[in-house]
Ligand binder design. Structure first.
Ligand SMILES: NC(=O)C1=CN([C@@H]2O[C@H](COP(=O)(O)OP(=O)(O)OC[C@H]3O[C@@H](n4cnc5c(N)ncnc54)[C@H](O)[C@@H]3O)[C@@H](O)[C@H]2O)[C@H](O)CC1
Ligand SMILES: [K+]
Length: 478
């Protein structure tokens, strides 16, 4: 089962893996034609009713695979308004080869005769709202025929995710959908087949550029803002919390707060004027600081980063435990704070970011090759009840049910501090995405940032160099 958002992401990932959309469209159209062959005999009359998006493009391709049928193609609207290059190219291919392909410039001119079969290629996953004319009239005309109706991907007017129709919708007898079932199709009274269109499994398994698409968290629950990040770190170390907090800003967070012992507040503020430093008394985090921190994080719905530079003093780890016991928001847990997670009962939604050694210390698999241990890491995350982003050359991201691999990055990233920037990016992503999504995208962004600097910095890369490259990794290349 695959949602339309995820499908669009996978589609873009496939393109980045060298399987362009036009090729997928060719396979889709071919699959539609094969289904036509199953349903009606050669010589039968087939009307392809096509919209101006890629759903229509699939219909144009299908026509080329049906030369032993009596095919007419009806484009709803003017060819000049075809929305995508690949659909337009396939339309023009029909014209050049003298297929019977017509523009329907006015819905009153809609006349596709009395075909044996109608291919509904009007609207697919790109539909927004109820079908407007000419699609609306065409949907009604299709429903009024006696023809067998074969819908491409999803019956026009039906929402692929919910199965609902806001206005009119095609009453399809058959649906050929692509790559994987769409959740909305289960509700339909139609026979559904799934066609393999040649999307490599890697497009789903590996995090890619498609995953960077618009945030998928419910905009209402995000309160319309890009999030405040609250880094709880520092004491024995000062660089780590500052890197995490700055990376969060570079990845789109609105505000970055750093709660640190007052002994290190001044140097940390000195690193960057963009940070809002909130000092608490003493030289390290201790249980007496926790109630105030929980209250701040909770009242502002901050995404917390817990761990960078905290150290391993007993009272600090007791404070981490106490924090997690009473916090019920979203947090990235990194570094020294990780060892506490398996011991604690928490209502918080956590993204844990262990490296290989920290993973083993948490009770996860002790493996030299994390990718090979992906199954065990998934089982560990299921047990833990939190998302695990296990960092290595190939990161393993899992919520205990789904597991993905992130291959982005460079050898230069073994330098200290890149884990801190990752934690900050993950927090910014967690402000606008679900935890698993955030955990998939964060190492991709951090790794892409390093890739962008590979030529200029090589093995001399510093974690602080990544800060500048993070925005380009997210927004620059799209
Ligand atoms: N990987 C894949 O799954 C592939 C899918 N393919 C097919 O592409 C469509 C989705 O194409 P897209 O261009 O995104 O959208 P649509 O064709 O569904 O529709 C967009 C088109 O329609 C107009 N429009 C939108 N809403 C309405 C409305 N309410 N009334 C009228 N018109 C509307 C909009 O302006 C656009 O012009 C997917 O379903 C598959 O069939 C590809 O083959 C590639 C691989
Ligand atoms: K359709």
């Amino acid at each position: 089962m695959i949602s339309s958002d995820r499908m669009a992401a996978v589609d873009e990932n496939a393109e980045a893996l060298g399987v362009p959309r036009k090729q997928l469209m060719e396979s889709s159209g071919n699959a539609v034609a094969r289904r036509v062959r199953d349903l009606v005999d050669p010589g039968a009359s087939v009307a392809v009713v096509a919209g101006r998006g890629n759903n229509g493009g699939d219909g144009f391709v299908a026509a080329r695979f049906l030369d032993d049928y009596d095919v007419t193609v009806h484009l709803l609207g003017r060819a000049g308004t075809i929305a995508t290059d690949i659909a337009r190219e396939n339309w023009e291919a029909l014209l050049r080869s003298e297929y019977d392909a017509r523009e329907v410039r006015d819905s009153r001119d809609l006349d596709f005769g009395t075909p044996d079969l109608v291919v509904d290629a009007m609207l697919g996953t790109g539909v927004a709202g109820e079908p407007r004319d000419p699609e609306r009239s065409a949907v009604e005309a299709v429903n009024a025929t006696d023809a067998v109706v074969l819908a491409v991907d999803v019956p026009s007017g039906v929402d692929a995710d919910t199965g609902e129709a806001v206005g009119v919708a095609v009453e399809a007898d058959h649906v050929v959908t692509f790559h994987d079932r769409k959740p909305g199709l289960d509700a339909l009274d139609a026979d559904v087949t799934v066609a393999d269109i040649g999307i490599p499994p890697a497009a789903e398994r590996f995090v890619g550029p498609g995953d960077l698409r618009a945030p998928r968290r419910d905009p209402d629950s995000a309160k319309g803002d890009a999030g405040r990040v609250f880094v709880i770190g520092g004491g024995p170390y000062t660089g780590a919390p500052a890197l995490a907090a700055q990376a969060a800003l570079r990845a789109g967070a609105d505000l970055s707060f750093v709660a640190v012992p007052e002994s290190v507040g001044t140097p940390i503020q000195g690193y960057a004027e963009d940070l809002i430093v909130q000092p608490y008394e003493g030289e390290r985090l201790a249980p007496e600081h926790v109630d105030g921190l929980v209250e701040t994080a909770t009242s502002y719905e901050d995404v917390v980063v817990l761990g960078p530079g905290l150290g391993t003093a007993d009272e600090t780890l007791a404070a981490v435990e106490r924090f997690l016991e009473s916090f019920d928001g979203r947090a990235v847990v990194d570094a020294d704070a990780l060892s506490v997670v398996p011991e604690v009962e928490t209502d918080a939604a956590l993204v844990c970011t262990p490296n290989r050694h920290e993973l083993a210390e948490m009770g996860g698999p002790d493996a030299a090759d994390l990718r090979e241990a992906a199954g065990e890491i998934e089982a560990f995350a299921a047990d833990l009840g939190h998302v695990v982003l296990a960092k290595s050359r190939e990161d393993v991201v899992t919520d205990g049910e789904r597991t993905r691999i992130c291959r982005a990055g460079t050898p230069g990233m073994t330098v200290g501090g890149t884990g801190d920037t990752l934690a900050g990016v993950a927090a910014a992503m967690l402000a606008t995405r679900e935890p698993f999504d955030a955990a998939c995208v964060a190492p991709y962004v951090n790794g892409r940032a390093a890739e962008l600097l590979a030529e200029s910095r090589g093995d001399g890369l510093l974690a602080s160099d990544l800060l500048d490259a993070i925005p380009t990794a997210i927004w620059g290349e799209r």
